[in-house]
Write a protein that binds this ligand. Structure first.
Ligand SMILES: Cc1ncc(COP(=O)(O)O)c(C=O)c1O
Length: 331
């Protein structure tokens, strides 16, 4: 399978001692917030496969989509710029203006604009038709003599999720080197927003004997929705790599999804602050902070006393675009 070397690998496996003690579990962090510089996070592992396919097809422009402050869209725009490709980003907003020039230059949008990505804002209703919208944009670009390549929301398809099968192979090599005590984990916990990471992790955790169970913490939709999405992506990955026959037990947990996508609870923000002060780790209110909130609950119940690998999937620019949400908790 074609793969570009875009990420800084292997990412560290670290034990945040005081945070682990506070949670009462044997907690390890896979630092996928360190897969790169400003392009860092989980998306770059998927893009190693997706952009390799784009380059192999001779694409000159990539098209993708996400929320206004999408980490995936930002990672795609930055990686595309590094390869000399253009990027068209369909970003969802409830601002009826739909004028990209008026989108605040902050967080991921600032980075998108710095690399010259073309932002097209769309309403939540249009976003529901995102695949048709991106296909139409690809046809429009083709008619103008361009060679577009469409990457689905979150980079979450069978090809992209191979990035997380590879991540599990990387963790296995680290365990075999004696890192993190050398033993496999009881469970892996991570944020789930479009399902591709979860699909790759359940396949890779089984293929490389990293952990028997995976907890995918939903950040928006409910568990049943994600179970279906993840099952579809698992099927797509197996169609690409028939050796991926096994799968870790998947628990999709939506207890920490909060009020809405990108909206956190005061308790979740407090958890982000407590974790930062105990460990120096920075979680964000859209993804990792919600997953960490879920981990805190699991540490008192299903994963009490367990040996847990928490995947830190990045998301820092999203936090930096939400500073004012923390004013109540930081004081
Ligand atoms: C920081 C961060 N963590 C986790 C996720 C969730 O990954 P996935 O979309 O593969 O479910 C995302 C995806 O948008 C993300 O940006």
């Amino acid at each position: 399978m074609n793969r570009l070397a875009l990420a800084h690998l292997p990412t560290p496996l670290q034990k945040p001692e005081r945070l682990a003690r506070a949670l009462g579990i044997d907690l390890w962090i896979k630092r996928d917030d360190m897969t790169g510089g400003p392009e860092a996070g989980n998306k770059i592992r998927k893009l190693e496969f997706l952009l390799a396919a784009a380059v192999a097809e001779g694409a000159d422009t990539v098209i993708t989509c996400g929320g206004l402050q999408s980490n995936h869209a930002r990672a795609t725009a930055l990686a595309a710029a590094s390869l000399g490709l253009g990027a068209v980003l369909f970003l969802r907003t409830s601002d009826p203006d739909l004028d990209p020039a008026k989108a605040p230059l902050e967080g991921n949008v600032l980075l998108d604009r710095l690399v010259g990505a073309e932002i097209r804002l769309i309403t939540p209703a249009t976003y529901r038709e995102r695949n048709a919208v991106m296909a139409a944009a690809a046809a429009e670009l083709r008619a103008a003599g361009k060679r577009p390549y469409v990457i689905p929301e979150g980079g979450s398809n069978g090809l992209g999720s191979l990035g997380y099968v590879e991540c599990m192979a990387e963790v296995r090599r680290q365990l075999d080197q004696g890192l993190a005590g050398g033993e496999r984990f009881d469970a892996i916990v991570h944020a789930c927003g479009s399902g591709g990471t979860a699909a790759g992790v359940v396949l890779g955790a089984a293929a490389h004997d990293v952990a028997p169970q995976v907890w995918a913490m939903a950040v928006c939709d409910d568990a049943a929705t994600f179970e279906q999405i993840i099952a579809r992506i698992v099927g797509e990955s197996r169609a690409i790599d028939a050796s991926l026959t096994g799968a870790a037990t998947l628990h999709v947990n939506d207890r920490s999804k909060g009020p809405a996508y990108a909206v956190s609870t005061a308790e979740q923000r407090k958890g982000i602050i407590d974790a930062a002060r105990l460990s120096g780790l920075i979680f964000d209110p859209v993804y990792t902070g919600k997953a960490f909130d879920g981990l805190t609950r699991l540490a008192k119940s299903e994963l009490s006393g367990a040996r847990v690998l928490f995947l830190h999937t990045g998301g820092l620019p999203g936090l930096l675009a939400q500073g004012s949400a923390f004013s109540g908790e930081i004081g």
